[in-house]
Ligand binder design. Sequence first.
Ligand code: FES
Length: 106
Amino acid sequence: VKVVYVADDGTRNEVDAQPGISLMQTAITQGIDGIVGECGGSAMCATCHVYVDPDWIDRLPPRSDVEEEMLECTVSARKDNSRLSCQITAGPEIDGIVVHMPPEQI
Ligand code: FES
């Protein structure tokens, strides 16, 4: 499946993602800059913060309480479409999802 990462400077990177793998992990594996993922995906660091493209945000499952809490700790401003990319799983139902990276993660 496809995931599109858009850097803060507008650079677009479309990558092949493995279904079942988080968008944080996918970014790391594919060498995408702009997602850090310090805690390794346990929703404990907020350095995998992304702004999900408005066209896609409604297609994601709702945030868990833990994700909700961690989003209070992001370095770049939280917005309505803020999510932790380690809590979003690539898969056919979101094939082609577009996420925007914030200016800063740490
Ligand atoms: Fe740490 Fe997502 S990788 S919160």
